[in-house]
Write a protein that binds this ligand. Structure first.
Ligand SMILES: [Fe+2]
Length: 651
């Protein structure tokens, strides 16, 4: 057995395992820690090393290569607030001779090319910032050598930080770097534009008003148009030099005002998308020509942009196009693991599914249900019954088997609904805390996609865009952006037979074998990971009608009936606490041994009630004297049921 462990240390930190050439496990830290975009900058015990090995069914002793990538590592870049190794790090010995370190773009290149089915390819990597070096070259070396290099160099100059890399690769063979672009140090990083990722980053922050809003900016672009001649329109944001070269303009930012109108925001989003697609197209042309290939494999956060992906996939100069399920930095651990496998002389197998996370077993499900058994009922359910419920308008949370690795829920941790009922879009946007104008994405059997959508035949990872033909646009209005585009997942039967069957059954009843598929998580939270996470969110969101937990139907009991049955009160010795973490105020109840997070609203209500223990029914009566308030309060009580203790058992 040949086993390689990959570790990405940085934004979207993650771990992955390749066994005998097959990618068998990949997991992002955020799914386990429940902290969205969890950043880990050092070798830390928070890294999901044990989880990845466990999913792969191997032990650390079985691992022949440990390959790490430290994002942003450069001489002088560590120390002070950022040690390379966290004190007490215990997952493995960093100086273990099996441990290697590779550079960021090289890892991205491995992540896309090794996962593809290409024998040879041009590889285009594009992101905000990768590794920093003085010579601008890739590296792959033992941890000890790398540590010495990193800590002994008296920095002779400002390091170069990679942002675009062009490679060629053959099987079997080595990766050849053809060309590289670097970040340009500038005091006005928040507005000065020098790269595609920099452009998108700056405009997303300006238009949407917060970090990590790239997806929202892309969605908003569909609402915009060029407003030639208007002051609201900055004009094209790139200037063409030739087919392979565009330069970014920096003479438009001063015309932007604080608090732009919606029309200005939409226009700027559209211009940003236009520039992104043109710049990527020019880079792709150059990369393919220099590599002498027709196959293009891409990676880097920029390729979360599905409109740009689709443009490249359709381009006549591009014969084959591959984007992995996690093109962003989470996928770096996959590249690291593939690098280790290649070093061991193992040829990688094409990656055909993204269900690379943990499969929680019957005991996990039983334990989660045991904690909530007073508030839910369970029973087996048939595919026909689910299809019928979806036709009738039920919104169903589907938790099934292994967790997805990439940023999209692909059926394992998904919210499913009929796309034919416009109200479903509003319900889903309410659950997700998304803007009401944002459409939802569909899932469709791959063999049926061409009957209802125009676009690339396969979009396994929701990384491509399609157009809804005019004859279906009215029926499928919930899925459509204003320009008629949608972002579908195409599902093969082999990837998920049960979900494929459900789509077909729904199609027999409705005429459309298509369901809305959006990720099973609340705003600002990672996708649910465990059965307990799924149940907690289900009980918290009454807009979700049913939860299907690994094939078992979970239904919510009437909360008022539940409350009437139970004489519960706050347990003696339970204290309210409040503290700040990650910039958020966290409220909990604690008995000194365990603590349970509660919502801020519940915290404030309990404070307002004083210190005396109260039965829940009294709490409900006091908090919600009006029927409409009871309706509002019921999910709050259910969500916080753990704070309510049985006075007999003191549990
Ligand atoms: Fe990256």
């Amino acid at each position: 057995m040949s086993v390689s462990l990959g570790i990405h240390i940085g934004h979207h930190s993650s771990c992955a395992v390749v066994r005998d050439g097959e990618l068998v496990a990949a997991v992002q830290t955020e799914r386990l820690s429940r902290r969205k975009h969890h950043v880990i900058r050092t070798l830390s015990d928070e890294l999901p090393v044990a989880a990845a090995l466990d999913i792969a069914g191997v032990r650390l002793d079985d691992v022949e290569r440990i390959v790490s990538c430290f994002q942003g590592a450069c001489p002088g870049g560590f120390g002070l607030h950022r040690p390379l190794i966290e004190p007490g790090f215990s997952l493995f010995d960093p100086w273990d001779p099996r441990h290697q370190v590779i550079s960021h773009h090289l890892a991205h290149a491995y992540a896309t090319y090794e996962a593809s089915s290409f024998d040879e390819a041009a590889i285009l990597i594009c992101d905000y910032a990768g590794s920093a070096t003085f010579d601008g070259a890739d590296y792959a070396m033992g941890f000890g050598d790398w540590y010495s290099w990193l800590t002994s160099l008296d920095a002779p100059a400002v390091p170069k930080v990679e942002c675009v890399s062009l490679y060629e690769a053959q099987t079997p063979g080595s990766y050849t770097l053809l060309e590289r672009q670097f970040n340009i140090a500038h005091p006005g990083q928040g507005s000065f534009v020098y790269s595609i990722a920099g452009l998108y980053e700056n405009i997303a922050r300006y238009v949407i008003g917060r970090d990590n809003a790239h997806g929202q900016l892309m969605a908003l672009a569909a609402h915009g148009v060029a407003l030639e001649g208007s002051e609201a329109d900055p004009g094209p944001l790139v200037t063409r030099v030739d087919d392979e070269t565009l330069v970014f303009r920096n003479d438009w930012q001063h015309n932007m005002v604080l608090g732009p109108s919606r029309e200005q925001k939409c226009c700027l989003a559209w211009r940003c998308q236009e520039a992104t697609e043109l710049a990527l197209e020019a880079l792709a042309r150059r990369c393919l020509r220099l590599a002498g290939s027709r196959n293009l494999a891409v990676a880097g956060g920029v390729f979360l942009n599905i409109l740009a992906n689709t443009r490249l996939a359709k381009a006549d100069f591009c014969g084959g196009f591959h984007v992995p399920s996690a093109p962003h930095d989470a996928g770096v651990s996959v590249g690291c693991a593939f690098h280790g496998a290649r070093e061991l002389g193992v040829r990688a197998q094409t990656v055909v599914h993204d269900r690379l996370g943990r499969r929680y077993d019957e005991a996990d499900r039983a334990e989660a249900l045991g904690h909530r058994d007073a508030f839910v009922t369970t029973r087996p359910v048939t595919t026909d019954e689910l299809a019928e419920a979806l036709v009738e308008g039920k919104l169903i949370a589907r938790y099934d088997g292994r967790a997805e690795f990439g940023p999209r829920a692909l059926g394992g941790r998904s919210l499913l609904a009929s796309p034919l009922l416009a109200a479903n879009k509003d319900r889903l946007n309410r659950i997700k805390g998304r803007q009401s104008w944002r459409p939802v994405a569909p899932i469709v059997p791959q063999t049926r996609a061409q009957h209802f959508l125009d676009g690339p035949d396969d979009s396994w990872w929701m990384t491509m865009s399609q157009t809804i033909p005019a004859e279906h646009r009215y029926a499928l209005a919930a899925l459509s952006h204003p320009d008629g585009s949608t972002r579908a997942q195409t599902l093969t039967k082999a990837q998920d037979p049960a979900l494929h069957e459900l789509l077909e059954r729904f199609g027999e009843r409705s005429g459309y074998p298509i369901l809305v598929n959006t990720s099973f998580n609340r705003a600002g939270e990672p996708i649910v990971e465990t059965p307990a996470n799924a149940l907690e969110m289900f009980l918290d969101k009454p807009d979700i009608d049913w939860l299907v937990l690994d094939g078992l139907l979970v239904e919510r009991r009437d909360p008022l009936v539940v409350l009437a049955e139970r004489e519960l009160s706050l347990a003696p010795g339970v204290f309210l606490t409040q503290f700040y973490a990650d910039g958020r105020r966290i409220a909990t109840l604690t008995n000194g041994t365990d603590s349970w997070p509660i919502s801020q609203e519940m915290h404030d209500h309990l404070i307002s009630l004083g210190e005396r223990p109260r039965p829940v029914r009294v709490l409900v009566d006091q908090l919600a004297p009006r029927p409409e308030d009871v309706e509002l309060l019921a999910p709050l009580i259910l969500a916080d049921v753990l704070i309510v203790a049985n006075p007999e058992t003191q549990s």
